[in-house]
Structure formats: C-alpha cells, structure tokens
Design a protein around this ligand. Structure first.
Ligand SMILES: NC(=O)c1ccc[n+]([C@@H]2O[C@H](COP(=O)([O-])OP(=O)(O)OC[C@H]3O[C@@H](n4cnc5c(N)ncnc54)[C@H](OP(=O)(O)O)[C@@H]3O)[C@@H](O)[C@H]2O)c1
Length: 223
C-alpha cells in the first residue's frame, strides 16, 4: 500500500482510479480544478493544469509519495485551419507540460520510495488523426516524455508506465464522438472501473519486473 497522487481525479477515468486505489488500501491525494468536484479522499489539491507555472505553489509539500497517476487531459477537436493558439497552448499545457512539471515536483519523493509514474495516454497506435492534431501531438509528446523519464530514472529505482486505453465509457468520450459525428455505445467500451483495476494491478507488479507500456482494449463480447 502506498501514497499516490492522481490528476484529473474528478474525471471519468480519474475518479474510477481514485476509487479503485482507495479500495485497494492506498492513500490517495486527488488533484483537480475544483475541490468540491473531487471524489471523497483523504487529501485534495486544487490546481489548474492549463497554467503549469502555478503548480509548484499549488502542490506545496507533497510529503511521502509512492506513485503519480496522470489522468488529466483535454481533447479539443478542430482542424489546424481552425485551431486557435489558445487551443494549442491549453492542450500542450494540460496534457504535456503539467504532467512533466508534476512529475518533476514529485521526483524527490518518488526516488526515496522507488516509486511509480503512470501516464494515461491515448488509444493504442493513435497517429495522424485529422481534426485532432493538438490532442494527438500532445499525447505523442507525452509518450516521449515517459520514455525519456524511464531511462533517466532507472538508476533511481523509479518505474514509468504508459497506459494506452482504447475507448473508455466516459462523458469525455461521448463529447468527442459527438464532435466527430460518430456513434457512442458505452456498453461497447472499456468501463472506467475496469481500466482502473488494471492500473491498480500494474502498481502491484513484482519487485523484478513491471509493464512499461500497457495497451487496454475491450474484451470480445459474449453473443
Ligand atoms: N475516455 C477515453 O475513451 C480515453 C481513451 C484514451 C485515453 N484517454 C485519456 O484518459 C484521460 C482521462 O480521460 P476521461 O475520459 O476520464 O476524461 P475526463 O472525464 O474529461 O477527465 C479529464 C480530467 O482532466 C481534467 N482537466 C482538464 N483540464 C484541466 C485543467 N486545466 N486543470 C486541471 N484538470 C484539468 C478534467 O477536469 P474537470 O473535471 O474539471 O473538467 C477531468 O477531471 C485523458 O488524458 C484522456 O485523453 C481517454
């Protein structure tokens, strides 16, 4: 059992991760944009990830920490011809720069505990999606961040995992499907609690090995 920080903790996946971690006996610090929307856990941090330069003050002293699970993310749908600089700046700030900054702030504690950083990325194999370049670009860079971090922190005993979830039944996915004019059937998606269970599982990997990448897809449905 450990002390874990979860970002995007009010979101569809993040709130399920908080519940699953608490049910497994972990102490969770939930980070989100507004304190009242965060799930009931011991500690809550209010922070705006679109402003990474404010995070050091917002996070304060993180204390002991065994892991960080990055679940926050935005996914504005717009072609390059229409995507404003605000969309690009916010997407890269929330999805990438804040994940890097929170990781940087957590690393002293994670090195002490030989802890684990988990980045929730995008659907497995996502590449060059028309009308989604800011989102896909941010997640591609997030994978690079994770891969570099894994090499850098190996001597310090810190584990780094990227999780690639396929369609997961959240309001966020419903909105994205609507923006793309595609149908949304939550029953055909991964359930957030199932994805959360796999994140709990990977945090409990054996001492000598762990999944550095985990692609998660819906299981075949029984007919
Ligand atoms: N659902 C899927 O099918 C799917 C598939 C692959 C990957 N993912 C990834 O999984 C992660 C979670 O997705 P989800 O479906 O759970 O979406 P979600 O419900 O929209 O959760 C995203 C979270 O990010 C938070 N966030 C956004 N902007 C923020 C900001 N400026 N400051 C602080 N927090 C901010 C949101 O806070 P608020 O609650 O305040 O808006 C929300 O809690 C995302 O990174 C997404 O890209 C999702």
């Amino acid at each position: 059992m450990g002390d874990l920080l979860v970002t995007g903790a009010a979101g569809g996946i993040g709130s399920a991760v908080v519940s699953a971690l608490e049910a497994a006996g972990h102490q969770v610090t939930a980070l989100g944009r507004s304190l009242e929307r965060l799930p009931g856990s011991a500690r809550r941090i209010e922070a705006d990830l679109s402003r990474p330069e404010t995070l050091e003050a917002a996070l304060g002293d993180l204390g002991d920490l065994d892991g960080v699970i990055h679940c926050a993310g935005v996914a504005h749908v717009a072609p390059v011809a229409e995507a404003s600089v605000e969309v690009w700046t916010r997407t890269l700030a929330v999805n990438l720069a804040s994940a890097a900054e929170i990781t940087r702030l957590a690393l002293p504690a994670l090195r002490r505990s030989r802890g684990h950083v988990v980045f929730v990325n995008a659907t497995p194999g996502m590449h060059a999606v028309p009308r989604w370049s800011a989102f896909v670009g941010s997640k591609t860079a997030l994978r690079e961040l994770a891969d570099s971090l894994r090499e850098e922190e190996e001597p310090h005993g810190v584990r780094v995992t990227t999780v690639y979830p396929a369609a997961t039944a959240t309001d966020h996915l419903r909105a994205i499907r609507a923006a793309f004019g595609r149908p949304y059937d939550p029953a055909a998606c991964i359930q957030p609690a199932s994805l959360a269970a796999m994140i709990v599982w990977l945090l409990a990997a054996p001492a000598d090995s762990y999944p550095c990448e985990l692609s998660v897809i819906p299981a075949p449905r029984s007919s």
